[in-house]
Design a protein around this ligand. Structure first.
Ligand code: F6R
Ligand code: ZN
Length: 181
């Protein structure tokens, strides 16, 4: 099976499934809940979209997902993915940044943390058991590819409960990692 990705806009062809994530879908992930509520009164902003393709064979199943994060911030905190940990603790993932700039946050949610600076061309291996979240700190679209096993599973609840160790804010127009207590 061969797919085509337009690196300029992150459009995948063919693409059987597109999942939009609106502000209301990741409301709890942003720190400033008052600002979130104020924005939601005006508009339910589209933060990112996931374009998904499952590769099914008789022996093993993989999936490819292309995520397009639109630029912007909520209460000074840059647009980001919801973030999750894989349900299966033996399942890694490979992320490839196609376009844009930002950070990949990796967190065990048990004290270990890494922020990987990202730009077009960066490839990062996400080990099993590390929660992962991508932040768009640029003024343009951030596009990345994730390749993972279809059986990995996605635990969003644990991220909502424990939170990542750092958040990424725009401070004087530049990204700053702020430790969460
Ligand atoms: C799959 C994966 C990515 C994300 C996507 C959206 O395991 O890591 O394809 O699913 O970037 O992020 P979430 O799933 O956190 O909303
Ligand atoms: Zn994942």
């Amino acid at each position: 099976m061969t797919l085509t990705l337009d690196p300029e806009n992150g459009i995948l062809d063919p693409c059987p499934q597109i999942t939009p994530r609106y502000l209301s879908d990741l409301k709890m992930m942003f720190k400033d809940q008052q600002v979130v509520d104020e924005i939601l009164k005006e508009e339910n902003r589209l933060i990112y979209e996931i374009r998904y393709y499952p590769f099914r064979t008789s022996k093993s199943d993989m999936a490819l997902a292309v995520t397009r994060i639109f630029p912007g911030s909520i209460g000074g905190e840059y647009h980001m993915t919801k973030g999750h940990k894989h349900e299966r603790d033996d399942q890694p993932e490979v992320y490839y940044c196609v376009k844009g700039e930002g950070f990949l946050l990796l967190d065990t949610l048990e004290g270990e943390f890494q922020a990987i600076p990202w730009r077009a061309g960066t490839i990062t291996h996400i080990p099993p058991m590390w929660a992962h979240r991508v932040i768009n700190t640029g003024t343009d679209l951030l596009v990345f590819i994730g390749v993972f096993h279809l059986s990995a599973g996605h635990d969003y609840e644990i991220v909502a409960q424990k939170g990542f160790s750092y958040r990424v804010y725009a401070v004087d127009g530049k990204p700053a990692l702020i430790r969460q207590t």
